[in-house]
Design a protein around this ligand. Structure first.
Ligand SMILES: O=P(O)(O)OC[C@@H](O)[C@@H](O)c1c[nH]c2ccccc12
Length: 265
């Protein structure tokens, strides 16, 4: 099989992870996770009367390179929260997204809304680590995991009290995701193997998602009209990164998205 962008990101994630594991043994992180402040409830915030806005702290991406310096992630997150964001997503992947666990710490401390550790989760260690650093939510990328891993990591996240955002991109992945009965399902318009964005992916797939599952439309959302369209198609929430971090007034942008009426799927 030819190697994809996703494969190369994950190779880097595993190398960075190996360094952290040797610096801080698993037992230590497990203990820290157990004594971390309790996870914040997520789902009610994402399925209210207006569109839920998961606002992302994102410095760079493999598709666009550098987006914004974000010297103070805590201040950006506080702006998001004050403007009505439902949750904050913090990229912690270092090589391609220029994020860090320090960003996660700073953001969790700065806001009262739930915080997503956005990374390529491929090892138990990362889940304990996410919780130890205060994460309320973690991302499970179906394209990056086997069925067995998906099931195992979903229960591990749940056992740690976190909510899993299960991310899919196409019909085959939705079918694999259904096997674990996710409460929160994201459709990423961006194919992580090619980085192509398909704004029609959410609308094409939403009909196959059982009612009651909270849905998130992810990636490529630039304007309120994009978000309105996803709300109409049945998204409970949107996940927005680039458009916020490159906006002169990110608070105003969040407020505009967050005022959009919610869905009745
Ligand atoms: O910056 P955008 O196009 O608004 O996208 C945000 C978010 O959806 C994107 O960062 C993302 C969605 N799923 C991911 C998985 C890994 C890394 C990043 C992502």
């Amino acid at each position: 099989m030819s190697s994809t962008v996703l494969d190369s990101i994950i190779a880097g994630v595993r190398a960075d992870l190996a360094a952290r594991v040797s610096a801080r043994p698993l037992a230590n992180v497990v203990a820290a996770a157990a004594s971390a402040p309790p996870p914040r409830p997520v789902l009610p915030r994402l399925s209210g009367p207006t569109l839920g806005v998961i606002s992302e702290v994102k410095r760079a991406s493999p598709s666009k390179g550098d987006l914004a310096a974000i010297p103070e992630p805590a201040a950006l997150a506080a702006t998001y929260a004050a403007a009505g964001a439902a949750a904050v997503s913090v990229l912690t992947e270092e090589r391609r997204f220029r994020g860090s666990l320090a960003d996660l710490d700073a953001v969790r401390e700065a806001v009262d809304i739930p915080v997503l550790r956005k990374d390529f989760m491929v090892d138990d260690y990362q889940f304990y680590e996410a919780r130890a650093h205060g994460a309320d939510l973690v991302l499970l990328i179906v394209a990056a995991l086997s069925d067995a891993q998906l099931r195992h990591f979903h229960s591990l996240a749940t056992d740690l009290g976190m909510t899993a955002l299960v991310e899919v991109h196409d019909a085959a992945e939705i079918e694999r995701a259904q096997a674990i009965d996710p409460a929160l399902l994201g459709v990423n318009a961006r194919n992580l193997k090619t980085l192509d964005v398909d704004p029609d992916a959410f609308g094409a797939l939403v009909g196959t998602i059982p009612a009651g599952v909270v849905t998130v439309a992810e990636s490529g959302i630039r304007h309120a009209d994009d978000a309105r369209r996803y709300a109409r198609e049945g998204a409970d929430a949107v996940l927005v990164g680039e458009a916020l971090v490159t906006h002169g007034d990110p608070g105003a942008a969040v407020a505009e998205f967050a005022a959009i009426p919610g869905t009745q799927r």
